[in-house]
Design a protein around this ligand. Structure first.
Ligand SMILES: NC(=O)c1ccc[n+]([C@@H]2O[C@H](COP(=O)([O-])OP(=O)(O)OC[C@H]3O[C@@H](n4cnc5c(N)ncnc54)[C@H](O)[C@@H]3O)[C@@H](O)[C@H]2O)c1
Length: 349
């Protein structure tokens, strides 16, 4: 594969993927609506690079997507574009349905029509890869892991909208033969994550010596994966995944939220001790739980490991250390998000 059309490539995971793919010699046509979560600062290293074409646009804009497919003739489409923050989906589910469901449908229709028109050789190798989440499976008790065969039971408007998009992708394969692949990944963390999500939020608040908010009792468990490992998994699935299949992606790194926050605190104690001698842990503040907060997610990634040979390169310990060091060395990137200058407006009050 030489040319990819990537959607949502100015967001957290999409941009990490685009930076990696272009560095590896691929050409990327990057379509992103630039919602609050899209940040062109992240893509600055690609300025002037002929192998990166950025287009501001909506995945549901059929005329735009049709024209881009016709012009650039991509070998694959990778769909990252989504509304992705659970808390925002609780406050306003409409945007989630519009982009994650209706937008994905438009993208699938354009992809199907483009794929049908390809000559046979290219047509056989073309792939549509849909990036999804483990949240579609709902919540686990103390035991067990999500497998690809686990029934869908989404609990938040976000996960319900992602589940709907996964079903549409599946239906486009079964109904029209579109060569699709779906990946369902656990929680990601790493460079360029928008500071509304747990890990960058806690790092920033700790640096500002502000209270570190932890939902409920802090015992909700997620399976954390370093973003570079997720991007690598997607590249392998594109090359080696079986058409029509879904692959779970996870780091085998279950941690409760409170464990994650304490790990960040102790690394910051060593790197940026608080001036008054207190430990960062003293800033932890439990806050009212998120409604419908899923208790535990855990991924069985054996299918991915056995079929495409993927293994995460980072453990939680090495990944979180790298992430903290990235945030410490890239405060101008964070500050431009916080003061709104990345999109000419200010966040919050
Ligand atoms: N972050 C995670 O932990 C995680 C885990 C598993 C799966 N995922 C999935 O991975 C994908 C990327 O997640 P992320 O964390 O990078 O999200 P993000 O919110 O950081 O980025 C989403 C990007 O999509 C763009 N976008 C939104 N609506 C669009 C539209 N209608 N048309 C075109 N672009 C649009 C935004 O501008 C933004 O750049 C999502 O599909 C998400 O469901 C995320």
């Amino acid at each position: 594969m030489k040319v990819l059309l990537v959607t949502g490539g100015a967001g957290f995971i999409g941009a990490n993927f685009v930076l990696q793919a272009v560095a590896d010699g691929l050409t990327v046509v990057n379509v992103d609506k630039l919602t609050y979560a899209g940040n062109l600062d992240t893509l600055e290293p690609l300025n002037g690079n002929q192998r990166h074409v950025f287009v501001q646009g909506d995945i549901g804009d059929r005329a735009l997507i049709d024209a881009l497919l016709a012009r650039h003739q991509p070998d694959a489409i990778v769909n990252f574009a989504a509304e992705s923050h659970v808390d925002r989906s609780i406050d306003g589910p409409g945007a989630f349905i519009q982009t994650n469901v209706v937008g994905t449908l438009g993208l699938l229709e354009s992809s199907r029509d483009y794929w049908r028109g390809l000559e046979s050789g290219v047509r056989d190798t073309f792939r549509f890869l849909h990036v999804s989440t483990d949240e579609v499976y709902g919540s686990l008790g103390a035991e067990g892991k999500f497998r690809e065969t686990t029934p869908y039971a989404p609990n938040s408007p976000y996960s319900a909208s992602k589940a709907a998009s996964d079903h549409l992708v599946r239906a486009f394969h079964h109904t029209y033969g579109l060569p699709t692949l779906t990946t369902n990944c656990s929680n990601n963390y790493g460079p360029y994550q928008f500071p509304e999500k747990l890990i960058p939020l806690v790092i920033q608040k700790a640096l500002a010596c502000e209270p570190l908010p932890v939902y409920g009792d802090g015992l909700n468990i997620r399976d954390w994966l370093y973003v570079g490992d997720h991007c690598h998994a997607i590249r392998l699935v594109l090359q080696l995944g079986r058409i029509g299949e879904t692959y779970n992606v996870g780091g085998n790194a279950e941690r409760s939220n409170i464990e994650v926050v304490k790990a960040i605190c102790s690394l910051l104690d060593a790197r940026r001790p608080l001036k008054d001698g207190r430990r960062h842990e003293s800033l932890i503040t439990f806050v009212k739980d998120r409604p419908g907060h899923d208790r535990r997610y855990a991924i069985d990634a054996n299918k991915l490991q056995n079929e495409v040979g993927w293994r995460p390169l980072q453990s939680f310990e090495s990944g979180i250390e790298q992430t903290i060091d990235w945030y410490l060395s890239n405060q101008p990137w964070v500050q431009r998000v916080l003061d709104g200058s990345y999109r000419m407006e200010r966040l919050g009050a």
